[in-house]
Design a protein. Structure first.
Length: 341
């Protein structure tokens, strides 16, 4: 073929060369274009995957850069979510009305995790900068009077590197996961902290751990921890620090869940946000049972009064410059008992 091309005229050779270059570029570009178009398509509506539950949009957030990675619920049912990009925090009432909390946009850099204490005080994992190449972070407290203070940091020369989620136990201790450090830290109310947990090692797979989602399990007095890289769920006893593996995805199976947020009901049921599958699943006897799907980045889930509230983080548009977020950013609700609604 090369010799046949060489025997052609100069003009013909140039045309053939141009054709080959364009064809090669198309081969490289088409997959990227298709991938971009898949995220530019109209926003999906989340759906129920099992009978006996319903899924609907509960509230829409006002900003085009809301990107809500986390959600928390107060004892009175008020929801809180925040922006990974702007640091703004919104509270949402029982009717889905959204109100921005004054001062948060100016005093918080990048919301990553949220939790509300029994006294109604909101704790925020502030990653300080939404640029994924910039590490660091602190835990802040939003008091009833609107004051925002730093309440927890790691003072070991490294500090938080990629803090993610926060949970609070019955004694008021704070637990904070750090994906990059592969650790969970515990802090007392006065801010004194210590390394509390590191993941167990496995012999049959690479140990690239990223402890991420946290939730307090009052039934077992334990902390539930998710890991999206190992695709594992752990229960760690607060009294002993011993780990129990509740779920570990088969490395030979497809469709890894890519866990993120997790929540525990008052009777001990565990629901988890499977970010990689854009779904929410119930963990039962070591198995995942998906109850809802087609979310736009299900990064967190929170239980309150027979309902699960789910974020639509839409994280892909943060990474893919060719895509735009599928607006509006929204919080969805899964009604676990719609007949009682």
């Amino acid at each position: 073929m090369i010799r046949a091309i060489q025997q052609r005229s100069k003009g013909q050779r140039q045309a053939i060369f141009f054709f080959l270059v364009v064809t090669g570029l198309l081969v490289l570009l088409i997959p990227s274009v298709l991938l971009g178009l898949s995220f530019l398509s109209p926003s999906n509506e989340s759906v129920a995957l099992v009978e006996g539950v319903t899924v609907s949009e509960f509230a829409t957030l006002p900003d085009d850069d809301a990107y809500p990675p986390a959600i928390a619920v107060a004892p009175d049912g008020t929801l809180f979510t925040g922006s990974f990009v702007s640091g703004a925090i919104w509270q949402i009432d029982a009717n889905g009305r959204v109100t921005e909390v004054d001062g948060t946009r100016l005093n918080i850099g990048s919301v990553m995790g949220l939790e509300v204490a029994p006294d109604g005080v909101l704790y925020i994992v502030d990653q300080l900068d939404s640029n994924p190449g910039v590490g660091g972070g602190v835990v802040k407290r939003l008091s009833d009077d609107g004051r925002i203070d730093i309440v927890a940091r790691i003072d070991d020369g490294r500090g938080f590197e990629a803090p993610d989620d926060i949970a609070i136990d019955s004694a008021g201790n704070l637990y904070v996961s750090d994906r990059a450090r592969q650790e969970v830290w515990r802090f007392e109310a006065n801010g004194n902290g210590e390394l509390w947990w590191t993941p167990p090692r496995f012999s049959d797979r690479e140990n690239n751990h990223e402890p991420t989602g946290l939730a307090y399990d009052a039934v077992h007095d334990a902390i539930i921890i998710t890991d999206p890289v190992m695709n594992a769920i752990y229960r760690v006893s607060i009294a002993t620090g011993e780990s129990e593996i509740l779920y570990l995805h088969d490395i030979n199976a497809g469709q890894p869940p890519g866990f993120d947020g997790v929540t525990v009901t008052p009777d001990g049921e565990i629901y988890v946000a499977a970010l990689e599958q854009n779904g929410v699943a119930r963990l039962e006897d070591g198995q995942l049972h998906y109850i809802a799907g087609l979310f736009r980045g299900s990064s967190d889930v929170e239980y309150f009064a027979d309902k699960l509230y789910v974020t639509n983080f839409d994280q892909f548009s943060l990474v893919l410059t060719v895509s735009q977020p599928r607006l509006p950013f929204a919080i969805d609700v899964i009604d676990l008992n719609p007949s009682e609604g």
